[in-house]
Write a protein that binds this ligand. Structure first.
Ligand code: ZN
Length: 445
């Protein structure tokens, strides 16, 4: 190294040393992700902007009679942390498990772990065994510490892939410590009481691409800690459902598994021709636990109009999404589950062979709104149509044309960047053969 300043090389080598140390640290928390260009692996399933988990502790009766049916209605999966010695309603828990909800450990006795008199091994191990013996169709893989008192993390990590505390923080997209995942206490004793309180935390998680975990005990008038209003909870679920392409709502264990797989996954394109791409998605994690699908996308090859997608010869589903004018193939795959083939198809429509065809053509509410400087506009098309998507100012003058072409059935997302436009109200207008829909946007600086 040639330099005029004797002090400089030393500083540079210090910088290099710091970089090496940083890389070593990242390696130690499990990053070995390796992804061939032009593939991308989503931070959150479906390339959504945040993960949201609802967790329920202590097994109060209204959790199975009110919460489970409500979550089923919305198609969301929740987590139920169960205290074995409190005589759980195993029939109700099995029924919840059958609907895809997670049944997990809240220890044997609900004693605070970490107190000297507690046999932590028995609390951790026996509760897991009891749930595995009683609940068919899933494994008990996560735990909530009783009274939010952190237990012996090293011991805990021998049995569980994630453990929950209640310190009221939003987790980053990769939590620093899976044995102490934070959550927000809901209900009368907590900070989350109204639908708006849920929504504000979820919006904050979007800003950091983070993971927000809610902790609910009693529901409505039943006895139990910190009751949460089912009306307010329903309002929160309504709001999440209306932005389903922004928020990934899933159980605690599914989000934990997703993060670990995403950070470990290897995506390789092993063969490519004009009409077929073959790829391999693997990880180095135990397949008996880490078998949750991760979302991958790549640009649609330019001369392809349609795709068939298979893994180990079986059809898997996917979508075409548009972002910043690029058409992507987006699909979910379980790592280590066989090679994936993307085949150019002669089918007339992407939707018929690849997409889930939407039931009707419509424009969704944009997100975020208000926004600064850009917002996502999503629309779905139920049958092939010439589509125009325009942004108008408050006087009805066109300020941007985002889409003006034939579109196949599918769901599309387009971003509008309002940089350079004045603050104020705008209108987004979707026009197809079947009609016109308009939504109001607010650009606020
Ligand atoms: Zn508890």
């Amino acid at each position: 190294m040639v330099t005029k300043n004797g002090g400089k090389p030393r500083r540079q080598s210090l910088v290099v040393l710091l970089m090496l140390m940083t890389l070593t640290c990242i390696g130690s928390v499990g990053f070995s992700q390796s992804i061939d260009s032009p593939y991308e692996v989503a931070t959150w399933q479906g390339f959504r902007s945040a993960a949201v988990s609802f967790t329920f502790d202590d097994g109060t009766p209204n959790q199975s009679t009110v919460a489970v049916p409500m979550f089923n209605e919305y198609g969301f999966k929740a987590t139920f942390f169960t205290v074995i010695n409190w005589g759980p309603n195993w029939t109700a828990l099995q029924s919840a498990a059958n609907s895809g909800h997670e049944i997990a450990s809240h220890t044997m006795s609900h004693a605070s772990l970490g107190s000297i008199s507690t046999d932590q091994y028995a609390e951790l191990r026996n509760s897991q065994d009891a749930i595995n013996a009683r609940i068919a169709g899933q494994k008990c893989l996560t735990i909530a510490y009783p009274n939010c008192v952190v237990g012996d993390k090293a011991l805990c990590s021998q049995f569980y892939i994630a453990a929950r505390i209640c310190s009221g923080q939003i987790e980053p997209s990769t939590p620093a410590d899976f044995m102490a995942i934070s959550s927000f206490v809901c209900g009368t004793q907590g900070s989350i009481q109204r639908s708006e309180d849920f929504s504000n935390k979820v919006a904050a998680a979007v800003r950091t691409k983070g993971w927000v975990v809610f902790l609910i005990h009693a529901i409505d008038g039943e006895s139990g800690y910190s009751p949460t209003s089912s009306t307010q909870l329903r309002g929160a679920l309504d709001s999440l459902k209306s932005h389903i392409d922004t928020y990934w709502v899933s159980s605690f264990v599914n989000v934990a598994r997703y993060v670990k797989e995403r950070n470990n996954v290897s995506v390789k394109e092993i063969a490519a021709s004009d009409s077929t791409l073959t790829m391999r998605v693997t990880d180095t994690l135990p397949d008996s636990i880490y078998n949750y699908p991760v979302t991958i996308r790549r640009p649609l090859p330019s001369n392809w109009s349609s795709v068939t997608l298979t893994q180990s010869g079986k059809n898997i589903s996917g979508q075409v999404v548009v972002e910043n004018g690029t058409k992507y193939l987006m699909f979910d795959v379980v790592p280590d589950n066989g090679d994936i083939a993307l085949r150019k198809s002669t089918a007339t429509a992407i939707g018929s062979s690849f997409n889930t065809v939407p039931s009707r053509t419509m424009l969704m509410p944009n997100y975020p709104n208000p926004f600064n400087p850009s917002t996502s506009l999503e629309f779905q098309v139920s049958s092939s149509a010439f589509v125009s998507l325009k942004v108008l100012d408050v006087l009805g003058r066109e300020v941007a044309t985002l889409v003006k072409e034939e579109r196949q059935p599918g769901t599309y997302t387009v971003r509008w960047d309002g940089s350079g436009f004045p603050s104020g109200v705008y209108f987004c207008r979707l026009h197809t053969g079947s009609g016109t829909e308009t939504k109001r946007l607010a650009l606020v600086r």
